[in-house]
Design a protein around this ligand. Structure first.
Ligand SMILES: Nc1ncnc2c1ncn2[C@@H]1O[C@H](COP(=O)(O)OP(=O)(O)OP(=O)(O)O)[C@@H](O)[C@H]1O
Length: 387
């Protein structure tokens, strides 16, 4: 068969890539360690899919099982319905980018980029054409004859992306590709990776521990904690409808108010905040497993409110206040953060200090001042039972 057969003309993302009940148990001298437990998700077409979580949560192990770099303890991986494990490296049709770049130090940029094509038996004309085209996409044209040691970190990472894309894989796997770059370059590169991914129409599986980065680049995010997949959704869904305390806290900033739930039905509830405030008609009630119907009243729970869903005013002001939903506290710190002002408020009603983000300074509120604050009624969400 013609060797060129192994090389796609254009990127063709799989229609459907799925992982079912994927589990990884490492045998260690201290006994078995379950790094990934029963993880299931599905990705379609040119989705930019990110696995996000703190260090040690199992995201890299999941990616490595998908890449075939780690054996699977149990579960399955399917590519357009077929068992992924039965496919050889060429048939899997994946490109991989590592945090460490993993370039060959004795090869030029051109030869590094050409590696995957040569492995697939591409002829000289095709290698020249593809490598030139791919280096141009990554703005590396002028550097083709350099060696990795003579490149900056950002340029080295571009070469490793070129090497992964040169044979036009359907799936691009990226393991913390920006972790070694400085903050400004990280933002530039993440936008560039996303632009390339969409231009080529490749499916992307991206691993990061940086929630801001995940929100900025992803179509969908899978949040991991301790080997478990906690939630999958668009950045908007996981920010506005976290289904667990972990996700609410890990994605963005969150305030938590211990409450007594005194009634509820499928998607409405009434909560009492010790101290007197009462909230009726809560918009969303979710359980740690994402299912409604989990709270039984009466029950203790946690009300989560995002900082931008709160109001604040000076306690000595003349504003008319509906006393049933107002808290008092003390503004302990005011931070001007450019596009908004952040107030840190101490209040016995909250668990930890309260973060309140306003579009402008609150009149008359200085550090140390007594304040009134409350929750806008579209911003509340139950996240978990208090144990
Ligand atoms: N080869 C191995 N042998 C034993 N345990 C391992 C091995 N690789 C990973 N682990 C363990 O599995 C768990 C998950 O690790 P993993 O690297 O997947 O997490 P991660 O979320 O990607 O973290 P990081 O961002 O730090 O790489 C951790 O507890 C880790 O110590």
């Amino acid at each position: 068969m013609d060797a060129q057969h192994n090389i796609a003309r254009h990127t063709a993302a799989p229609l459907n890539f799925s992982v079912r009940d994927l589990t990884k148990v490492f045998q260690t001298p201290d006994g078995p360690v379950t790094a990934v437990r029963d993880v299931s998700f599905e990705i379609t077409g040119d989705t930019f899919f990110t696995m996000l979580g703190p260090s040690g949560c199992g995201k890299t192990t999941t990616l490595r099982m998908i890449a075939g770099l780690e054996t699977i303890s149990s579960g399955e991986i399917r590519l357009d319905g077929a068992d992924f494990r039965k496919k050889n490296a060429f048939e899997r049709n994946i490109g991989m980018v590592f945090q460490s770049y993993a370039l060959f130090p004795h090869m030029t940029v051109f030869e590094n980029a050409a590696y995957g094509l040569r492995l697939r038996g591409a002829d000289g004309t095709m290698v020249r054409q593809r490598v030139t085209e791919t280096l141009a996409m990554l703005r590396l044209e002028g550097l083709a004859q350099r060696y990795p040691a003579d490149l900056s970190g950002g340029q080295q990472q571009r070469v490793s992306i070129a090497r992964a894309l040169v044979y036009r894989p359907g799936i691009l796997l990226l393991d913390e590709p920006l972790a070694n770059l400085d903050a400004k370059l990280r933002v530039e590169m993440r936008d560039e990776i996303r632009r390339l991914q969409k231009t080529l129409g490749v499916m992307a599986l991206y691993v990061t521990h940086d929630q801001e980065e995940a929100m900025a680049v992803s179509d969908r995010i899978a949040v991991f904690s301790k080997g478990l997949l906690m939630q999958v959704g668009s950045p908007y869904e996981i920010y506005t409808h976290p289904t667990s305390l972990f996700v609410a806290d890990f994605i963005g900033k969150a305030n938590f108010f211990p409450v007594d739930v005194d009634s509820r039905d499928r998607d409405m509830g009434t909560a009492l905040v010790p101290g007197g405030a009462r909230f009726v008609g809560l918009p969303v009630v979710t359980a740690a497993n994402g299912e409604a119907g989990w709270f039984s009243a009466p029950h203790k729970g946690l009300l989560m409110v995002r900082p931008e869903k709160m109001w604040l005013s000076a306690a000595h002001g003349t504003k008319t206040i509906d006393a049933s939903s107002v808290f008092t506290g003390r503004a302990v710190r005011i931070q001007f953060l450019g596009t908004f002002v952040r107030y840190l408020v101490e209040s016995p009603a909250a668990r930890g200090s309260v973060i309140i983000d306003l579009a402008a300074f609150a009149a008359g509120v200085t550090e140390g001042a007594e304040v009134y604050f409350g929750l806008k009624d579209d911003g509340m969400i139950f996240v978990e039972a208090a144990s």
